[in-house]
Design a protein around this ligand. Structure first.
Ligand code: F6R
Length: 258
């Protein structure tokens, strides 16, 4: 695992954008796995800047988003379809047909989930997966006790996640209870994974994910089983790491660190 600690959330975002840009320069038709929420907003802003100012090309890129709320239409302002369109897709040159986001309104969730998994495989698998982390240690919406081998499916959100995400809605009562989410097993099949985290409220979850035991109670800890995972976190989110000095020392010795 590579642990990169940045001074600020802005530096975290720029660093992640450099990794994405390198991946696209090396493979213009890369398949990206994308996350929503507050954490990747700076990354998407920087990718848009790289596209507009430096010509970063998305014309051959395919994307798969991690999750979507069940019951929200793609036009709902809190849906992840809407989020992705507003914060990334409408600003870059990605073809509409290359974008995949789980449907929150399908009439057959089981068939949709099976199709989503198949589609990832048909397109060659995910080259680079971006994930955030919940305060309860989740990746995507794989809440505590999700199987570490889980696949795309419907998941009931934990109370803590509903409370955390209430900030995007008028009240906690409006947060959907169910989400459709890639599984931990689905995520672990990506060739490279980047976990982003910023802010003090993520420090404990980040420490457990990186330095704690691999456990379904903190599904992000499953990333320890992946051969090419990078954690890019800001100083606050790194605040509970026991080995922080060691990670900073390694980074200082790496000339091409992102
Ligand atoms: C979103 C997702 C979630 C978030 C996590 C952190 O697509 O998969 O796992 O990454 O809940 O959310 P923020 O970034 O809002 O703190």
């Amino acid at each position: 695992m590579e642990i990169i600690v940045k001074d600020s959330a802005e530096e975290m975002s720029k660093s992640a954008a450099r990794v994405v840009a390198r991946a696209l320069n090396a493979k213009p038709n890369a398949v990206l796995g994308l996350a929503t929420g507050s954490t990747p907003l700076g990354l998407y802003k920087e990718l848009v800047r790289l596209h507009v100012e430096e010509g970063l090309d998305f014309s051959q890129v395919t994307t798969f988003n991690l999750d979507e709320y069940v019951g929200l239409t793609r036009k709902h302002p809190q849906s992840y379809h809407y989020f992705m369109h507003e914060n990334l897709f409408k600003h870059i040159n990605i073809p509409k047909e290359n974008i995949h986001i789980p449907s929150g309104t399908t009439d057959n969730y089981e068939a949709f989930c099976a199709w989503y998994e198949r589609r990832i495989v048909e397109l060659g698998g995910i080259d680079l997966q971006i994930v955030g982390i919940g305060t309860d240690g989740h990746i995507a919406f794989n809440e505590p006790t999700s199987s570490l081998g889980s696949r795309t499916r419907i998941k009931t959100l934990a109370k803590q996640t509903i409370d955390d995400n209430a900030r995007f809605f008028d009240s906690a009562d409006e947060v959907p209870i169910y989400a459709i989410t890639m599984g931990v097993g689905t995520i672990l099949e990506a060739r490279k994974i980047i976990l982003l985290a910023s802010g003090l409220n993520k420090a404990d979850a980040v420490a457990q994910a990186i330095e704690g035991p691999v456990t379904s109670m903190i599904t992000a800890s499953a990333l320890q089983l992946h051969a090419d995972t990078m954690f890019i976190v800001d100083k606050e989110a790194a605040g509970s790491l026991q080995m922080a000095e060691y990670y900073e020392w390694i980074q200082a010795k790496m000339p091409d660190a992102p």
